[in-house]
Design a protein around this ligand. Structure first.
Ligand SMILES: [Zn+2]
Length: 396
């Protein structure tokens, strides 16, 4: 090994690069200290003059490691605009440097620590010491990317995730800022649940963009009542991430002026986005219907009992333009009468995620079977529909 070191000392490498080729030796030393030690030993064993080599003259890094201080300052300057607890330094370096390093490794038969890792660690040490923030290799709040090819620093800021539940108290609001035409198209109020929730959060967090991940969504003309629908709000590039969530929740509700209400708001992670998007819990609905010609209470209650079980729904005509035409089997868990006055009835149903409840009532020209209309042998018109409970506690 000492032979390798003595040969390496004659290649004109800087201390950082010399030390990197022997990085597995000598715990607690930096590569620059290793490099200097090798050079001292070389001087003593060969009897020749000690001559340090700066990174500027180094044939491998070509000055890269003389910029550690400068990159650290650039990183600290960029980071100073953000609130964060943890960070990680990454880098992009010119391909020629890595090639030169490979040639030296082949010549010496060494396995050097990569150039990038040396740069990242040395810059990270300075940033950590001066900001008091910690390096996190797994999930840092901010990644600092040093681009050594063009001498700039770029930040990748972890989004802010907030979990909550919303109620939608009026009809005519879409869930997201990009309403789905088949669910009723553009909002009547010119806003959306997403915008009403995200507005105050964006102001408080100083983000650049927001995304709303709901656990499914209701039709634009349906209200969302009861325990509310779970969602995760994602704020991209937040400047601030420690927020008073209770004050924020109250502010959202105050500004929404009764259109929506957020029942809960707490910190979340990217994993919660996956969970909220993949869970498909049963839901309970309250449907107002008009039964043509009216119906007796017992007859209606009997029909509702027969509606419980497995039903078959062919893709409703109203969504055919965006969904494949096929038959889906869905389970209806409960169906009961809440109120009956003349031709008008209020019905509560609990069914599997993905059930088309309006079609379950009116039958969609026989495409949903059975349906309340079919069981009664009467024309059924849906007057309104509200989601009254999301049973996510049953699927978690
Ligand atoms: Zn070097």
């Amino acid at each position: 090994m000492i032979d390798k070191m003595l040969r390496a000392a004659e290649l004109g490498l800087c201390d950082h690069c010399l030390g990197r080729h022997f990085a597995s030796m000598g715990h607690g030393l930096s590569n620059a200290e290793r490099g200097m030690a090798i050079r001292v030993v070389w001087t003593m064993l060969t009897g020749r003059d000690y001559r340090p080599v700066g990174p500027e003259e180094c044939p491998v890094c070509r000055g890269l490691f003389s910029k550690i201080e400068k990159y650290a300052e650039m990183a600290i300057e960029a980071l100073s605009k953000y609130e964060f607890e943890t960070f990680l330094v990454g880098s992009r370096i010119p391909e020629e440097l890595e090639e030169a390093d490979r040639r030296v490794a082949e010549e010496l038969g060494t396995e050097p620590e990569p150039l990038k890792r040396e740069l990242n660690r040395e810059v990270g040490k300075i940033v950590s010491a001066r900001t008091g923030k910690e390096v996190d290799f797994e999930d840092p709040d901010i990644k600092v990317i040093i681009d050594a090819r063009f001498d700039f620093v770029e930040l990748q800021v972890k989004p802010l995730f907030l979990y909550g539940r919303y109620r939608k108290l009026v009809r005519g609001i879409s869930q997201t800022k990009w309403p789905v035409p088949a669910l009723g198209g553009r909002s009547k109020y010119g806003t959306s649940v997403e915008e009403l929730v995200a507005g105050p959060v964006m102001e408080a967090a100083g983000g650049t963009e927001h995304l709303f991940h709901g656990m499914g969504r209701e039709d634009v003309d349906a209200r969302m009542l009861g325990n509310g629908r779970p969602f995760v709000l994602e704020i991209r590039n937040p400047v601030k991430r420690s927020l008073d969530l209770e004050a924020l929740r109250e502010e959202i509700n105050r500004r929404a002026g009764g259109m929506i209400e957020v029942l809960e708001l707490r910190p979340a992670t990217r994993r919660d986005v996956e969970r909220v998007k993949s869970l498909r819990p049963p839901k309970s609905y309250e449907v107002g219907v008009r039964i043509e010609g009216g119906v007796g209470r017992e007859e209606l209650e009997d029909a509702l009992r027969r509606l419980v079980g497995v039903i078959e729904q062919r893709t409703p005509t109203r969504v055919l333009h965006r969904r494949a035409d096929l038959v889906r089997r869905r389970r209806v868990y409960e169906a009961e009468l809440v109120d009956l006055k003349g031709e008008e009835a209020v019905i509560r149903v609990k069914c599997e995620a993905g059930t088309y409840v309006k079609e379950l009532m009116h039958g969609d020209g026989g495409r949903t079977r059975p349906s309340l209309a079919e069981l009664l042998g009467k024309k059924v018109e849906v007057k309104y529909l509200d989601v009254v409970w999301v049973h996510d506690e049953e699927v978690e």
